[in-house]
Design a protein around this ligand. Structure first.
Ligand code: NAD
Length: 508
């Protein structure tokens, strides 16, 4: 039996209903039902469409073209045809295009945020934050585009001169998930275009409208036809993925999503030996040492665990609190979660929206049930919220977690915080690293030596020390182990879309 505290009533009382209709956009032309290939708005050749659902109400809110291999091949051809001219543009010319696209995102930020909330469900304030974060990738890579340098290398052979040139890798296939409908796309398209590549981006089946709006802004920014092509699919995703990964024209695939699909795409890409970057699943440890500042640690846990209702790849999945501060942390953390307002992302003051679909809700419920079965105690939440809509789940905290529970080993990808306790540094490093994946890790401590020690000991690609928020276009984002490889954002992000050509000039 799941026992929830009386805080539950507060959560229920916070719900505000919303009449789901077309979002009230300032510019209605940003809402599309076609997709953008070779500079034109098109349907699938088959005429098929798929339905897009509002996760808050479960109602169908529109349709998009259900594309297949022939559509993908046409988009790849458009990208290949556009490549020779685009790769010859200068870095400064590409910077101006990206900058213009960035500015159009800023100018249309309210509408883009409304679209994100509409199809993803996240609260409008979070959606606005995402638009700003997403646009910043275009700004950042507009600044990187003119600053791609090769090397002049002192040769080992007398009379030779050696230098390197950085060249765009070519046509890129980009596949992104629904949890950040704008940012996951701009984080890939920004560096690809900055490098001089052309792209075929498969937008997430659950959230295709934001991607289409971004394409409309690309068009207005004067990005040449064929440079940015968006293919759409929900039910044919496997076929679309295979068309991209098996195409000999596509030279690079960048994928963000689950480790399971990443492994499949890697296998599919092996026949044509593509350059790959994979941002895959995580299972982030979030560690609070006895000497941490309690308020900072609680604020960090709220941000890291519950942002986007726990549907972020870097979100804290296992919260480890040292024994001396465990009860205090559990109490303060629960008090904060008690203040959440769950409901439709459009409603005033809502802090947490629905999950993306019923499969996500079922997974969250199964993790809660499993934890309770093995002795976990629910401090707050623990249930679905069917009165709110089909995909709502209460923000949940469970204490007395143990290593035999599913949450210890699997990514929940939902609003459930499991609190584990630990004794000392040696134990926690072992526990934190006891997973096949390694995306993000967090810890809280005021001891500077410990901060270095633990940052170095964690087997992850990104570490947050005394903060729960680490995403920044200026910082390299990516994982180790089965969380994938490659880095997005930062000065490293553009390298993923370039090759290094070496030139040796003899007979000097
Ligand atoms: P998913 O792997 O099922 O789907 C991700 C995207 O891949 C989807 O939008 C879909 O369009 C596409 N896809 C699915 N099957 C495909 C196939 N056979 N061929 C080609 N494309 C295919 O993951 P999900 O459940 O939708 O998203 C959540 C996962 O993504 C989590 O594991 C999360 O950690 C991960 N994620 C990682 C990052 C990161 O940067 N590391 C960011 C966000 C999400």
């Amino acid at each position: 039996q799941i026992r929830a505290s009386n805080h539950l009533r507060v959560l229920r009382a916070s719900y505000t209903s919303f009449a789901h209709s077309v979002p009230p956009l300032n510019d209605r032309t940003l809402l599309k039902s076609q997709t953008y290939v070779n500079g034109k708005w098109i349907d699938a050749r088959s005429g098929m469409t798929f339905e897009v659902t509002d996760p808050a109400s479960g109602k169908v809110i529109g349709t998009m073209p259900e594309m297949d291999k022939t559509d993908v091949d046409a988009a790849i051809k458009a990208a290949a045809d556009a490549l020779p001219a685009f790769r010859k543009t200068t870095g400064r010319e590409r910077a101006k295009m990206l900058r213009k696209w960035y500015q159009l995102m800023v100018d249309n930020a309210d509408d883009l945020a409304k679209l994100i909330t509409w199809e993803n469900g996240k609260p409008l304030a979070d959606a606005k934050g995402e638009v700003s974060y997403a646009a910043n990738f275009f700004e950042w890579f507009s600044e990187e585009a003119p600053r791609v340098y090769g090397d002049t290398i002192p040769a080992s052979v007398p009379g030779n001169r050696v230098f390197t040139i950085k060249e765009p890798v070519g046509v890129c296939g980009l596949i992104t998930p629904w949890n950040f409908p704008a940012a996951m796309i701009t984080r890939k398209i920004g560096p690809a275009l900055a490098a001089g590549c052309t792209v075929v981006a498969k937008s997430p089946g659950e959230t295709p409208f934001t991607a289409a709006a971004l394409a409309e802004l690309a068009h207005r920014a004067g990005i040449p036809p064929g440079v940015v092509n968006i293919v759409t699919s929900l039910n044919n995703t496997a076929e679309v993925g295979e068309a991209i990964t098996s195409s000999p024209i596509v030279k690079k695939v960048s994928f963000t999503g689950s480790t399971r699909v990443g492994k499949l795409l890697m296998k599919q890409s092996s026949d044509t030996l593509k350059k790959l970057s994979f941002e895959l699943g995580g299972n982030a440890p979030f560690i609070v040492f006895d000497d941490a500042d309690l308020d900072t640690a609680v604020a960090g846990a709220i941000a890291s665990k519950f942002r986007s209702s726990g549907q972020t790849c870097v979100c804290a999945n296992r919260i480890y609190v040292q024994q001396g501060i465990y009860d205090q942390f559990a109490k303060a953390f629960t008090e904060k979660v008690n203040n959440f307002k769950v409901g439709s992302g459009y409603a005033e003051g809502i802090t947490h929206g629905p999950l993306i679909h019923d499969r996500a809700v079922s997974k969250v419920q199964s993790h809660v049930d499993d934890a309770v079965k093995h002795g976990g105690k629910v401090l707050i939440g623990g249930h679905k919220l069917p009165d709110f809509g089909p995909n709502f789940f209460e923000p949940t905290i469970i204490r007395d977690m143990t290593n035999d529970m599913a949450i210890a080993h699997e990514e929940t990808f939902g609003p459930v915080a499991g609190l584990f306790s630990f004794k000392d540094e040696a134990e926690i490093v072992k526990l934190a690293n006891d997973t096949e994946v390694g995306l993000a890790g967090y810890f809280f401590s005021k001891d500077i030596q410990r901060c270095y020690r633990i940052a170095e000991a964690l087997e992850v690609g990104m570490v947050g020390v005394n903060t729960g928020l680490i995403s920044d276009p200026a910082a390299p984002f990516g994982g180790v182990k089965e969380s994938g490889f490659g880095r997005e954002g930062s000065k490293y992000g553009i390298d993923e879309y370039m090759t290094t050509k070496m030139v040796t000039l003899g007979g000097m």
